[in-house]
Design a protein around this ligand. Structure first.
Ligand code: FES
Length: 107
């Protein structure tokens, strides 16, 4: 398991154990992290798993692929430089302790 943190819009910090090799979105959704809806089921289309990277160890996050970048640009609410779709981030040991702020704008 890879332990990561999600900060909900309320400011509540949630500790989530993600299965290595799985997208972080699954662990966040299954843990009931507020704001992680995942309408498209992880297809990088809906942006309802959008988060901002607050802290991540150097080199632990590969750059977004084109489909993720496009969805962030066109579908995400308030995209920022540190925006990511958590359905496209695979849990690896390098991500241990990473912190993600859940983007707001959709319930
Ligand atoms: S679950 Fe839809 S874009 Fe991530």
């Amino acid at each position: 398991m890879v332990k990561v943190f999600f900060v909900e819009a309320s400011g509540k910090r949630r500790e989530v154990d993600a299965a290595e090799g799985d997208p972080l979105m699954y662990a966040a959704r299954d843990a009931g992290v507020a704001g992680i809806i995942a309408e498209c089921g992880g297809s990088a289309m809906c942006a309802t798993c959008h988060c901002y990277v607050v802290e991540a160890p150097e080199g632990s996050l590969p750059e977004p692929r084109m489909d993720e970048a496009d969805t962030i640009e066109f579908n995400a609410h308030e995209p920022r430089e540190n925006s990511r779709l958590t359905c496209q981030i695979i849990a690896t040991p390098a991500l241990e302790g990473a912190v993600f702020q859940v983007a707001t704008g959709r319930d």
